[in-house]
Design a protein around this ligand. Structure first.
Ligand SMILES: C[S@@+](CC[C@H](N)C(=O)[O-])C[C@H]1O[C@@H](n2cnc3c(N)ncnc32)[C@H](O)[C@@H]1O
Length: 238
């Protein structure tokens, strides 16, 4: 399982590049394979669309069980809404006898934070607004708990063409506990040519362009905008 970071070469680790170089087969979602095209010449590719994670994972494990060295790639970190958990569960459930190594990567929350400034300087939580695998009721109660706990929140999978209501409801929950002036950072397509960085407020968030390739960071009660950056002060006296 190899995390390839947000998509650009400089944010890949050397260990990730080495793991891909050492592999004979590379499996991943089409877009992620495009991000690492410079590393995969001459290798067998198992490419598939976003919704075919289970089949892609099984195909990768089957090739590994046949003796091939396989790199199953995830964007960001494979253990953060990535393929690592699925692969470990499937290995146990379906009896694959293959050695597994998990190569970490820079997750979207961390690369988004670096683009925005330093919004994750204090306690924070990541939450995915995708209710494909987790019921929306569970996501909603977690959002409420996070809002009450005054944690900075990094939203993954914030909105898609079909999933609009989730972000609206998340903002409503946050607004119940946080002021409209709370800083919010939105970073879209990190590391790609069309990367977009925006700092706005909770009150304005729904008016911004947020999609599947965005990571949204909602500040806590102490987060602020300073010199064009979004910062959550750690409490140093200056
Ligand atoms: C299925 S999750 C994958 C997360 C990934 N494993 C990670 O550690 O970053 C997909 C979500 O991650 C975020 N994401 C992934 N790549 C991104 C990028 N290049 N720019 C901004 N957000 C990204 C978006 O919120 C997207 O909806």
């Amino acid at each position: 399982m190899v995390g390839i970071g947000p998509g650009n070469r400089l944010d890949r680790t050397r260990r990730a590049e080495q793991a891909i170089a050492d592999s004979q087969v590379v499996a991943g979602y089409d877009l992620y394979l495009a991000h690492i095209a410079d590393l995969t010449a001459g290798k067998e590719l198992i490419a598939s669309g976003m919704m075919q994670e289970t089949e892609r994972c099984r195909a990768a494990l089957q090739r590994a069980a046949q003796g091939a060295v396989v790199a199953l790639v995830s964007s960001g970190d494979p253990g953060v809404y990535g393929m690592a958990g699925l692969a470990l569960e499937m290995t146990a459930a379906e009896g694959f006898e293959v050695p597994i190594e998990i190569v970490p990567g820079i997750s979207a929350a961390n690369s988004a934070a670096a683009r925005l400034g330093a919004p994750l300087m204090l306690d924070y939580a990541c939450i995915s607004l995708s209710d494909l695998l987790v019921p929306w009721d569970a996501i909603r109660s977690r959002l409420t708990a996070l809002a009450e706990a005054d944690l900075v929140v990094a939203l993954y999978n914030p909105r898609s063409k079909k999933r609009i209501m989730q972000l609206e409801e998340a903002v409503e929950i946050m607004q119940f506990h946080r002021s409209d002036a709370t800083p919010v950072g939105i970073v879209t397509a990190i590391g790609e040519a069309n990367e977009r960085i925006e700092i706005t407020t909770l009150g304005q968030l729904l008016k911004t362009d947020v999609g599947m390739r965005s990571t949204v960071i909602i500040g806590n009660s102490t987060s602020l905008q300073l010199g064009g950056w979004m910062i959550t002060p750690r409490g140093y006296r200056l």
